[in-house]
Design a protein around this ligand. Structure first.
Ligand code: PMP
Length: 443
């Protein structure tokens, strides 16, 4: 396992480049007979994540070294890190990969308590609870917090884990137009009168759920305006920071820090460790009472195996680096690098004539393809030139709003980005997805 940790990313995936092996499948019918008329299928699997210039892998025609523009490895921690990896390995030796127990049945180590304290401090809330999976954090928490007689008002583009959690809660669900505070207000006004005390209205609780950075749009949440509406109607706010925590803000503390929002104004802060921290799992942070309540009642805390200790250590160590507690300024450098990389890449794509969604500072940048039929050609041609991009289409996006979703990392070098821009530009010409005139090049 230790070798794997060094060879692959610590616990989860990512890094600025990686290797892809193409697997060929013989398509067979249910009795194992080849279906002769069908071509053999293939799919690509990630062979190895590495930053070591391919010292250990023999190059064959089936393995290509790719620049990875698809992973959520925003700060580059999902690769062997000089500070994090030795501590993760030490934890692995000390605690093993799994506690094999739920939090309440012996699955809470000192590390789990330290992690919860560390996360609460990082996101600037009084307390936090952690879970082994980000998806489960949303889908298991919402049914504990909300139920019949409660109202969830959800952004129309919220992640599937939120949608599933909301549906599973049994609460009434209303959806407001994506990132549109005036429409949120309209939806709230249909349900309650402005200023009505919580005790005098038809809903036990009202929660408004938004994301910090929308993963398919690359947009920053209009959080200050959303909070103003929530305060006016005394609704609770639930903020999913999966893509913003660690990635934006002067000290990496997410959209609240970036947009100047007091964290006291967000009632429930949720996030995942699978992006900026290069690990796995998720958290909920809030008041001490809220977290205590969740620890007593949430089935995913009571009945699921606790987060893996090496994964927990990876989160603690990466937060220490972000905050400069490792004694270096690598954290600050990573934060300014991701901002610089993101803004450079976004503006260059726009100059080339692509339609790019999202806001400045956001490392998520969807390039609009619109027609889903353009997806295979776009990703195949990029991959041919060793640039790996993620393309997304229905049902993750509306049917005719297919896109290539680029995720920028602090560990991309300027040369990486320039190479990627050249490839994307030529593929964009080939596939016909430059919808605006390109800016003239300066001589
Ligand atoms: N929330 C959002 C907004 C997400 O984008 C994701 C997944 N990318 C999740 C929750 C689930 O997180 P995880 O992949 O860590 O389970």
């Amino acid at each position: 396992t230790t070798t794997t940790l060094h060879g692959y990313a610590p616990i989860c995936l990512g890094l600025e480049d990686f290797y892809i092996r193409r697997l060929y499948l013989r398509i067979q019918d249910c009795f194992g007979r080849p279906i002769s008329s069908a071509p053999d299928a293939w799919f690509d699997v990630v062979e190895r994540y590495s930053n070591d210039n391919n010292k250990t892998l023999k190059r064959t025609t089936k393995i290509s070294r790719c620049l990875n523009l698809g992973s959520y490895n925003y700060l580059g921690f999902a690769a062997a890190d000089e500070y994090c990896t030795p501590r993760v390995v030490e934890t692995l030796e000390k605690y093993s990969p799994s506690t094999c127990s739920s939090r309440v049945d012996g699955g809470t180590t000192l590390l789990h308590n330290e992690l919860e304290e560390c996360v609460a401090n990082f996101v600037q809330k009084p307390a936090a609870i952690v879970f082994g999976m980000g998806y489960v954090t949303n889908s298991a928490i919402l049914p504990v917090l909300m139920g019949k007689g409660s109202l969830i008002i959800s952004d129309s583009l919220n992640h599937n884990s939120i949608v599933n959690g909301a549906r599973g809660s049994g609460a009434t669900i209303r959806v407001f137009q994506h990132n549109t505070p005036p429409h949120l207000e309209e939806v709230l006004r249909e349900q309650i009168a402005e200023g009505q005390p919580r005790t005098h209205r038809p809903w036990k609780k009202i929660v408004v759920i938004v994301e910090g950075i929308y993963s398919m749009e690359g947009e920053l949440c209009k959080l200050p305006e959303i909070i103003a509406v929530c305060k006016k109607y005394k609704a609770y706010t639930y903020l999913d920071e999966a893509h913003s925590i660690g990635a934006v803000g002067k000290t990496g503390r997410g959209v609240c820090e970036l947009l100047g929002v007091d964290t006291a104004d967000v009632d429930i802060m949720m996030g995942t460790f699978t992006k900026s921290f290069g690990s796995c799992g998720g958290y909920i942070a809030g008041s001490k009472e809220l977290i205590k309540y969740l620890k007593y009642t949430c089935p995913a805390h009571l009945y699921a195996t606790s987060i893996s200790p090496p994964a927990a250590q990876q989160i603690i160590s990466s937060i220490q680096v972000i905050l400069g507690e490792d004694g270096s300024n690598r954290g600050a450098q990573k934060l300014s690098q991701i901002r610089e990389n993101s803004n450079f890449f976004r503006s260059e794509l726009q100059k080339m004539g692509f339609e790019v969604l999202g806001d400045n500072d956001s490392p998520v940048m969807p390039i609009m393809l619109y027609n889903p039929a353009k997806i295979p050609a776009f990703s195949r041609e990029c991959l041919k030139q060793n640039v790996a991009v993620v393309t997304v289409a229905f049902p993750a996006t509306p049917l005719l709003l297919a896109r290539a979703r680029i995720c920028i990392s602090a560990s991309h070098s300027r040369e990486d980005l320039i190479k990627a821009l050249k490839v994307i530009s030529s593929v964009g010409d080939l596939v016909g997805i430059k919808y605006f005139p390109a800016e003239p090049q300066k001589q």
